[in-house]
Design a protein around this ligand. Structure first.
Ligand code: SF4
Ligand code: SF4
Length: 338
């Protein structure tokens, strides 16, 4: 793969290629949790098909999923796929957007494999990376129009990448695109349908149900990552960062206060949870770059939240039921706030 925004796999000195811990420890943990969700991620998790096959055979979890680039789905046997509940497939939107960033032919491969997984009965989530080459409205609505993906999620390419002019792009494309997506969401809602656009649905869920105590992904308080050497991390990307180490599969401790300090007095914190915990800890774009993205986050949240009175009215009239607005990102390993 030649994805422009990916740093590739971590070195094996940092994240070993083989499993170094006792799987039985995880089995006890997972099977004693009635709400356990296990998601395989990478690198590309499907290249380690034996691990996935054995794990899903030996350990009972309530929900199994995989985050994959969507090119190697045939590596896993059908019987293993059938143990999976959902798959997040990396696709950035329209063919030209996806192939520009991920390489020629990737879009058609992922769409073909999505059809195959859909036929096997999996729930599919499109996992978009959104860059200055994306048109948020066109790319999201294109994926909706395929009728393949049950949910659509995106992340802005602003955490690990070189700094780019996200402010200019957001004024020109992103914020107007979010306005239009929200109008589309509301048009459907008024007809009794809730579009599963996660950055919208996840925010509404935090209004009508419990707010986010920390990053919506649950980093360190509602979800953890297990590295092949048996470390328990709050975030799967933070393989070198000490703040992310919660312990090992033998013993670990969750964060008591997962909300970043600078977010504690923010009026949006129940909807945002401080967005990505990693980005608030590392701030690769510096304080100023972090604030640029924060401004965009607040604008997007305002666009979604301004419809609350209209949604209240729709609930009162019985056009939709409150439960239709519930979304728990930890069950899908999504982040809600892009
Ligand atoms: S909008 Fe910004 S300051 Fe407020 S909770 Fe989110 S990340 Fe923190
Ligand atoms: S959203 Fe941020 S903190 Fe959460 S898992 Fe992703 S990188 Fe880690």
């Amino acid at each position: 793969m030649t994805c422009r925004y990916c740093g590739g796999s971590f070195e094996k000195e940092v994240v070993p290629y083989g499993t170094k811990y006792d799987l039985r420890k995880l089995k006890v943990l997972i099977e004693s949790d009635p709400n356990s969700t296990v998601v395989f991620y990478g690198g590309e998790p499907l290249v380690n098909r034996e691990f996935i096959s054995n794990f899903t055979r030996e350990i009972r979890a309530k929900r199994y999923g995989v985050q994959t680039n969507g090119t190697l789905v045939r590596l896993l046997k059908q019987e293993v796929w059938k143990r999976m509940d959902f798959a997040l497939l990396s696709i950035d939107g329209r063919e030209e957007t996806t192939d520009k960033m991920r390489g020629r032919g990737i879009y058609s491969t992922v769409v073909r494999n999505a059809k195959y997984l859909k036929e096997l009965g999996l729930e599919l989530i499109a996992r978009m990376t959104v860059t200055e080459h994306s048109d948020i409205y066109e790319d999201v609505t294109h994926l909706l129009s395929l009728g393949l993906f049950d949910k659509i999620h995106w992340q802005l390419n602003v955490v690990w990448t070189e700094k780019w002019n996200v402010k200019e792009w957001s004024t020109r494309n992103y914020i107007p695109g979010i306005e239009r997506l929200m109008e589309l969401f509301m048009k459907n809602l008024m007809e009794g349908r809730v579009l599963k656009i996660i950055p919208i649905l996840g925010v509404l869920s935090s209004h009508y149900f419990e707010g986010y105590r920390g990053s919506p992904c649950g980093a360190g308080y509602g979800s953890v990552s297990i590295t092949p050497d048996g470390r328990v991390l709050s975030c799967p990307i933070a393989v070198r960062e000490k703040w992310a180490e919660l312990g090992t599969v033998e013993e670990f401790k969750l964060y008591e206060e997962p909300l970043p300090e600078e977010c504690r007095n923010c009026k949006f914190n129940r909807y945002c949870g401080g967005r990505c915990y990693y980005s608030s800890q590392e701030k690769y774009w510096g304080e100023e770059g972090f604030q640029d993205v924060d401004e965009i986050t607040k604008k997007y949240l305002c666009i979604v939240l301004k419809y609350i009175p209209v949604i209240d009215e729709a609930l009162r009239k019985g056009i939709i039921k409150r439960e239709m607005l519930y979304y728990d990102p930890k069950e899908d390993s999504t982040e809600v706030v892009p």
